[in-house]
Design a protein around this ligand. Structure first.
Ligand SMILES: Cc1ncc(COP(=O)(O)O)c(C=O)c1O
Length: 483
């Protein structure tokens, strides 16, 4: 780029041409064309924001004189100096320390930044992802985009990929909160059941094998690999490996929604993420055997990974990030720049202040504390569940090893072989007795009956949870006609 402040300024057109050439050089060959077959008509029609797509030029060295964006002057904001708050030391949570966002960072935080997120934040996150998942950003063609929570990014990713009528694979049961958004795109849901070990990959293989030859194949699968919402279950290494192999064999993308990754509290070591396994299994390097040479080596891969700070830093910060192939993230960014320009810069600088002050080691210590906290909550919940509903066979469950949910099957009819439906029981009877939980049917993408109940054990104190269990027990006994 020839935007030296010492030189005469080039014309805007020259600058834009120089930049797009620099971008093309940085982009790995063919990446965009490899993914373009996946994109929805909506996103193909969208153009990048004419102003925001140029803002990255401001980071060039030597620094150009930027007269680009209509950024308000921070001198006119009612904030002066720095911003401080108290925080717990992750190595010693009893110790309260003061964290300060310095004047320069605060100034950045108070203004517009860039659609994919503040550069400094992205750099921190990209390095973190490289370490955590054993991936190399530059060589492999992926990057990170920050968003106002992971759900926003998931909805934009799916919008970038699906046209009405396209087939989408979805693990069942699944996160009810995301379903209205998926439905709005009018895909055909192909539900793949799961059990305590994750998605049933044998079933998925059957579905894919029997796929009609004249029907467009599914473009993606949506899965929650750790502490799934609602079931609390985590996918085993074997199931993860199988799913990845199927994705490469049948050419679909994996949307790895992993907000509970850091809430893993199982006794054995944590399984690698899909994003990590894709590399360690050597799949990124496999010769292309898919039609049109799609998605071969060095295009970023088939996994789009969603992380969230909601469960570990604060849900109110509204910060999540997506890691994945650059062309797919560009398609997400196009939607953000058209809708909200960018995620909140101020909450990014708050998070960045915390993360820089802790370092990655401190962040690890913090997430270890978080996981231990939820493990103890899980233990209390399971003990009470066993005491009030388990002991007489009123409920059965598998123990979750991550997350904040207990997913249990209620036996509303004496005799284990009669399937119950918890819809009326939870929505009406439990509500009348002052207990709020969610019936399993709510988490079935295609609807239907479910004998399951999801309860969240994250915030209720033990004595309150015990009272809830006592009330549920009385209700189940009454429903079974055993009162
Ligand atoms: C599975 C799942 N995905 C996404 C989200 C949304 O996370 P965020 O707050 O980062 O948008 C949630 C929130 O509960 C969730 O359970």
């Amino acid at each position: 780029m020839s935007l030296s402040t010492a030189d005469t300024q080039p014309s805007a057109e020259q600058t834009i041409n120089a930049t797009s050439k620099a971008n093309d050089a940085a982009r790995l060959p063919g990446a965009r064309t490899h993914y373009s077959d996946f994109f929805s008509d909506i996103v193909k029609r969208m153009k990048p924001s004419p102003i925001h797509s140029l803002l990255h030029l401001e980071h060039h060295i030597p620094k150009p004189i930027s007269l680009l964006a209509g950024k308000p002057n921070p001198a006119m904001f009612p904030f002066a100096g720095s911003m401080s708050w108290t925080s717990r030391d992750p190595h010693n949570p009893e110790k309260i320390e003061t964290l300060t966002m310095d004047e320069d960072l605060l100034k950045l935080g108070l203004n517009y930044s860039e659609t994919p997120g503040l550069l400094q934040m992205r750099q921190f996150l990209e390095e973190m992802q490289e370490d955590e998942h054993g991936r190399l950003k530059e060589e492999e063609g992926w990057r990170v985009t920050v968003g106002p929570g992971s759900q926003d990014l998931i909805s934009k990713a799916v919008t970038a990929l699906l046209n009405p009528g396209d087939s989408m694979l979805v693990e069942s049961p699944t996160y009810a909160g995301i379903m209205p958004m998926f439905r709005q795109l009018q895909p055909e849901f192909i539900c793949i059941p799961s059990d305590a070990h994750g998605l049933l990959t044998d079933k998925l293989r059957e579905v894919l094998k029997g796929w009609p030859s004249d029907k467009p194949r599914p473009k993606l699968i949506y899965t929650i690999p750790y502490g799934s919402n609602p079931s609390g279950f985590s996918a085993t290494l074997e199931r993860r490996t199988e799913l990845l192999k199927l994705a490469y064999e049948h050419n679909f993308l994996i949307l790895e929604d992993d907000p509970y990754y850091n809430l893993y509290y199982g006794s054995s070591p944590r399984y690698p993420s899909y994003f990590s396994l894709e590399k360690s299994l050597g799949l990124l390097d496999t010769a292309p055997d898919t039609p049109k040479d799609l998605l071969r080596v060095n295009t970023g891969g088939r996994v789009i990974r969603f992380d969230s700070f909601s469960k570990v830093l604060s849900a109110g910060l509204r910060l999540g990030f997506v890691t994945g192939p650059a062309p797919v993230l560009d398609a997400i960014d196009k939607q953000t720049s058209a809708a909200s320009l960018e995620p909140s810069t101020l909450t990014q600088t708050i998070a960045l202040t915390i993360l820089r002050s802790w370092g990655r080691e401190g962040y690890k210590a913090h997430t270890t504390n978080v996981a231990a906290f939820y493990r103890s909550k899980r233990d209390t919940c399971e003990r009470l569940l066993a005491q009030y509903l388990g002991k007489d066979g009123l409920a059965t469950w598998d123990t979750p090893e991550a997350g904040m949910f207990m997913w249990f099957k209620l036996h509303l009819h004496p005799g284990m072989d009669v399937e119950s439906d918890t819809e009326d029981f939870i929505r009406r009877k439990a509500v009348e007795k002052g207990v709020l939980a969610l019936p399993g049917s709510m988490f079935l993408p295609e609807g239907g009956k479910s004998a399951y109940v999801r309860l969240s054990f994250s915030v209720v104190p033990e004595n309150v949870l015990e009272e809830a269990m006592r009330r549920l027990r009385a209700l189940v006994i009454e429903a079974r006609g055993e009162a």
